[in-house]
Design a protein around this ligand. Structure first.
Ligand code: B16
Ligand code: MG
Length: 216
């Protein structure tokens, strides 16, 4: 059976959570809402608009803005976030990622990206790894975000791999749930949190070998 790999982006390939945090914190402050790093954890893997909704609810301002105003706020956050990514480069790849992608390529294992981020193509380009991926799922094409399995099912389909022959890599609990619901093998990547339901958890990609995963 043809195998395939499906990767989350933020927290797996690179770590842009700190930039999301800076940009959301700044926007929240301008609305009179204070968020901290613990709250920021709950935004991982969550779409831009869902993140804004969570922040507004946290500040008890969920009914204060019209859909058009929320679009403007989300754009304001994203403009700041994109500015913070200006210097992103291959040096920002997480440990073990480049070697793993090279290995997957050598074994002709197709790879796809299942990220909630609309900035994924730009980020992968800046990291210098865009060419390793056969497909990047467009998050705008989704009916539901993670933990729904839709993004992972689409990612596997895009590289013509059956879900049971695909391995998904995620750093967020919502992502692990989506991968399992898609019928895929789930590898959790986190050195700090336990990812419930993962078939295997490692602290970083340096602990993984493409050959061992294929045999499994
Ligand atoms: P954007 P992932 C997610 O990336 C981030 O974890 C999450 O914090 C962010 O809100 C989301 O992308 C949307 O990002 O605003 O760039 O479209 O972990 O799914 O790769
Ligand atoms: Mg992630």
């Amino acid at each position: 059976m043809k195998k395939g790999f499906v990767f989350d982006l933020d927290g797996v390939i690179t770590d842009t959570a700190k930039f999301h945090y800076i940009a959301w914190k700044e926007l929240a402050e301008s609305l009179g809402i204070t968020i901290d790093e613990v709250f920021n954890e709950s935004l991982k893997g969550i779409s831009r608009m869902d993140s804004l909704d969570k922040i507004l609810a946290y500040g008890q301002k969920e009914n204060d803005y019209s859909p058009a105003e929320k679009e403007a706020l989300a754009k304001q956050k994203n403009d700041e976030y994109v500015k913070l990514l200006a210097d992103l480069s291959a040096a920002d790849l997480l440990p073990g990622v480049h070697d793993f992608l090279m290995d997957a390529k050598a074994h002709q294992i197709p790879c796809a990206i299942a990220s909630a981020s609309k900035n994924a193509p730009m980020i992968l380009e800046k990291l210098g790894v865009l060419d390793f991926f056969g497909h990047i799922v467009d998050p705008e094409s989704l009916k539901k975000g993670k933990p729904d399995p839709e993004i992972f099912v689409k990612a596997a389909q895009s590289i013509a791999v059956a879900p049971e022959d695909a391995i998904g890599f995620e750093d967020a609990q919502a992502g692990i749930e989506g991968i399992k619901a898609a019928g895929m093998y789930a590898i959790g990547i986190s050195a700090t949190e336990t990812l419930a339901g993962a078939d295997l958890q490692v602290g970083s990609m340096t602990e993984l070998s493409v050959e061992q995963l294929i045999e499994r």
